[in-house]
Write a protein that binds this ligand. Structure first.
Ligand code: ADP
Ligand code: ZN
Length: 336
């Protein structure tokens, strides 16, 4: 049963679930806060930022770079932001990533809060304490781990979220179901995107389930030495494809999941491949791309999770049960 509004804690993070952003004034000292958001969110929700010092960034992954971080730091200095400042990222994954990054380096670290405004940021990017920026074609190449002091979930923001963004988030929701939760897999098989968009109660319950899955994994392994690697399901190929082709993260992950289940079928004897592919199709996510295998292989070889002559691939034994399997590079080359 979903409660209306509630608070739960994981490590040092307070999670304010289903709470309007206006309640922030009761939780923090407004004078000490600086909000970081992007131009689209600012244009849509200007009134909500009235009381705060606000830094507005251009929207888009191409601005998740050091130059933007530098410009944020300059503006923080202009605001006289000190060690007691609380930086609050209000936005999607780009905003939470760069806000977390700046909060971890500005004056050697200040307090950090998130108000995720996309479904993807709510169920993935805002949780787990990873932050970072891109360097050239390489995503999230620079950054660190820093858990936020709080995350506030205000579902009102989703009212204006474009359809494309909803679809992207389902790639990660399907990922969570595949690696950890067969019941969730069944649930999203029965329902569809339109159902969640029009049924607030079901949507909030879905978000809560996904937060619990991600938190459960992250709590066991904050620094990604073991269990957390399961979250890379579909991501090994996805990162290579994102590097080479202009693909959204969710679309790349979906193609990566489709590849990983076919690979699982060969290696672990996984026998639910068509169910996963059909589910990705159902949420309008791509399952194929006509990529150049030799180019993709070159990028995969450079994957930061590579361990000498093998790649550690996340595969499925069955839906809800993932395993990490080392696969020799020559083998991968043949399978692409
Ligand atoms: P994510 O990585 O979570 O998909 P991004 O930070 O890349 O999110 O944001 C995707 C796009 O959606 C950006 O253009 C952003 O301005 C826009 N956006 C974010 N939240 C909302 C919202 N609640 N309503 C409308 N547009 C939004
Ligand atoms: Zn992802």
């Amino acid at each position: 049963m979903i409660k209306q509004t509630y608070l739960f804690k994981y490590s040092a993070t307070n999670i304010f679930f289903n709470m309007p952003i206006s309640s922030l004034t009761k939780l923090v000292d407004v004078k000490q806060c600086v909000i970081i958001t992007d131009e689209n969110i600012f244009a849509l929700y200007k009134v909500k930022f009235k009381k705060y010092n606000t830094i507005v960034l251009k929207a888009g992954e191409e601005y998740k770079v050091q130059q933007t971080a530098d410009s944020i730091i300059k503006q923080l200095l202009e605001f006289d932001a000190d060690r007691n400042t609380i930086l609050i990222g209000v936005g999607g994954g780009v905003i939470t990533d760069i806000t977390g990054y700046v909060a971890s380096i500005y004056k050697r670290g200040v307090q950090l809060g998130f108000v995720p405004t996309t479904l993807l940021a709510m169920i993935d990017a805002s949780i787990g304490g990873k932050n970072g920026i891109d360097v050239g074609h390489y995503k999230n190449m620079v950054g660190c781990f820093k858990q936020p002091n709080f995350i506030l979930f205000d579902f009102l923001f989703l009212k204006t979220l474009p359809q494309k963004q909803w679809q992207q988030a389902f790639a990660e929701i399907i990922k969570h179901a595949c690696i950890k939760d067969a019941a969730l897999f069944k649930e999203i098989q029965i329902n569809n995107l339109q159902f969640y968009r029009s049924n607030k109660k079901a949507l909030i319950a879905l978000i809560e389930k996904n937060i619990v899955i991600k938190l459960g994994i992250v709590q066991k392994d904050e620094l990604e030495n073991g269990e957390r690697k399961l979250l890379n399901f579909g991501h090994t190929l996805a990162h290579a494809l994102e590097n080479l082709y202009q693909l959204n993260h969710g679309n790349a992950v979906s193609i990566g999941i489709a590849f990983a289940v076919k690979l699982s079928q060969k290696i672990t004897g996984f026998n639910q491949t068509s169910a996963v592919i059909e589910l990705l199709n159902k949420y309008n996510l791509p399952v194929e791309l006509n990529y150049k295998a030799s180019k993709v292989f070159e990028v995969l070889k450079k994957d930061k999770k590579r361990n000498q002559q093998e790649l550690h691939f996340v595969l499925l034994n069955k839906i809800g049960k993932a395993v990490i399997v080392p696969i020799p590079l020559q083998e991968i080359e043949k399978l692409l």
